[in-house]
Design a protein around this ligand. Structure first.
Ligand code: GAL
Length: 505
């Protein structure tokens, strides 16, 4: 090949890379995806495809709009900063003209693909497999009813809202709340100063007829200072002991129902080198979660419930016994529990790394998500016939930037359609009483049956039984207990907290 030919080829290649975008192109009959090459800028593309370099904002806005649905398209923050490899969307000439007719430099939000009806910013801590799947089920329904609204999934990871709640409080106080956020039914709401920061939802309850579709006990739990502050999406059960069926079958064991049986199973498995009891304690809440079931199993339904009303003192010998039971259970747990999140611990059951795990039925959502079916369930020791309940709801901050969008979200949360899409994936039963049971798996069918006949007690760890401050004290005292094993110190601290919060006298 002569030198001249090589130069010619190189020149053509360079032109193809740098120059083609300058040449004009046939107008597009429909929009087109285009991948940026070296030397492109939006005005060049606008000139080439739209015949007008000044039409670049139309390409920017169209690309950003595409990005909302399909993140393989670029999000262009600044028209001067695009780079090779980015995928953009070139609209048709007519679309560009329509856009330019409404666009003026002051209306920058149009450049960012904002939908006609703006955003819906939803705050929650649902980031695990089952949690995210359930949430996505409700998003789909919302999106189909509100296509002009962009859903922003503003999650903060950390089970039970352990990180989220603090972040949310700061945002509420700073006047920068999301449009709606996850809130447990019960006394947890007090921690958000609802009269200052939240909008009461009584009118929405009336409009949607919600009082007729939720059980009366749940309605009582949801009312605080005579108002509803959240719309519930589910009922979760806190006291469930999950077990790996294969391990139990291989070792000829039956699921324990009492503490003695629990420890006997633990001994048998330990002797075979199998971890009997799976725990995660990377968050203090996980320990609080386990201990509420131990308190319930040791004190019984009335004794446990009365701890939060002051009728059972924390100095009761039953509490000391519960602490002893708890300590023994920790002795049989995986040694890496301080590093494990709740879903990490659930994965140990899935992988057969241990036999039993006491966790709320969001673990069922996790098993469903990962298509694990070889699990069994039973109430933790001593809790048969008692359902420790909690409920997730969504609220409306007074300063929600898009209150109309939020109210429409709350309507989906309260609806049969929304709850049926959400709960089978989330591992919870509906808060409504009219969901179709056929949609639920075997575990959830059993939870539905138990919910109908069991004694119901409120979970403390998940916001139902006590003020947030008291829950924080409870968690702190347990963390300290796991370091010192000082039974009396734990009891005194909790009794003092009960007095401090005006419950015990
Ligand atoms: C609970 C919440 C559940 C579940 C769990 C773990 O507090 O009510 O929906 O998500 O935390 O994150």
């Amino acid at each position: 090949m002569s030198k001249r030919t090589i130069c010619l080829i190189l020149a053509v290649a360079l032109l193809l890379t740098l120059g083609l975008s300058v040449a004009s192109a046939a107008p597009l009959s429909q929009g087109e995806a285009y991948t940026i090459v070296l030397g492109d800028w939006l005005s060049k593309l606008a000139e080439k495809y739209l015949g007008n370099p000044g039409a670049w904002p139309a390409i920017m806005a169209a690309t950003n709009t595409k990005h909302i649905e399909d993140p393989t398209f670029a999000r262009i923050e600044n028209a001067d900063q695009i780079w090779p490899g980015q995928k953009v969307w070139v609209p048709t000439k007519e679309e560009a003209e329509d856009f330019l007719a409404i666009y003026e430099p002051g209306k920058d939000e149009l450049l960012f693909g904002k939908r006609a009806k703006g955003q819906l910013v939803i705050g929650s801590w649902w980031t695990s497999g089952g949690e995210a799947a359930g949430l996505a089920g409700m998003f789909d329904i919302y999106a189909s009813k509100n296509p002009e609204v962009e859903i922003v999934n503003a999650t903060v990871a950390g089970g039970a809202g352990s990180v989220f709640k603090g972040v949310l409080k700061t945002r509420l106080i700073g006047g920068d709340p999301p449009d709606t956020f996850q809130l447990h039914a019960g006394l947890e709401v007090e921690g958000y100063s609802p009269e200052t920061y939240l909008a009461p939802l009584d009118d929405l309850y009336a409009e949607e007829g919600l009082e007729a579709v939720f059980p009366p006990d749940l309605l009582t739990l949801l009312k605080y200072k005579d108002h509803y502050w959240g719309v519930p999406v589910n009922i979760h059960r806190s006291n469930v002991l999950w077990y790996n069926k294969k391990i139990f079958a291989d070792n000829g064991l039956t699921p324990p129902t009492t503490f003695d049986e629990f420890f006997a199973v633990c001994e048998a498995l330990k002797a075979k080198g199998i971890t009997p009891h799976i725990m995660g304690s990377s968050g203090a809440w996980q320990v609080g979660h386990l201990f509420e079931s131990v308190l319930l199993g040791t004190l019984g339904a009335d004794g446990y419930r009365d701890l939060w009303t002051g009728a059972t003192p924390w100095t009761d010998p039953g509490v000391a016994q519960a602490l002893e039971n708890f300590k023994r259970m920790v002795d049989y747990a995986n040694s890496d529990h301080p590093a494990l999140s709740w879903d990490g611990a659930a994965a140990y059951i899935i992988e057969g790394k241990g036999a039993m795990y006491i966790m709320g039925d969001w673990a069922n959502g996790e098993f469903t998500k990962y298509e694990f079916t070889d699990y069994g369930w039973t109430p933790p020791p001593g809790t048969k016939g008692v359902f420790m309940a909690l409920s997730d709801s969504f609220s409306l901050p007074k300063e929600a930037p898009n209150p109309e969008n939020a109210r429409n979200w709350l309507k989906v949360c309260g609806s049969k359609e929304g709850q049926e899409a959400f709960n089978p994936k989330k591992g919870s039963i509906c808060a409504r009483t009219d969901c179709d049971p056929a949609l639920f798996n075997e575990y959830l069918k059993s939870a539905l049956a138990d919910w109908a006949v069991d004694t119901i007690v409120p979970s403390v760890q998940h916001g139902a039984a006590a003020y947030d401050k008291w829950v924080a004290d409870y968690q702190d005292a347990l963390t300290l207990f796991m370091a010192t094993w000082d039974v009396a110190a734990f009891q005194t601290t909790l009794q003092q907290a009960c007095v401090d919060y005006g419950i015990c006298h």
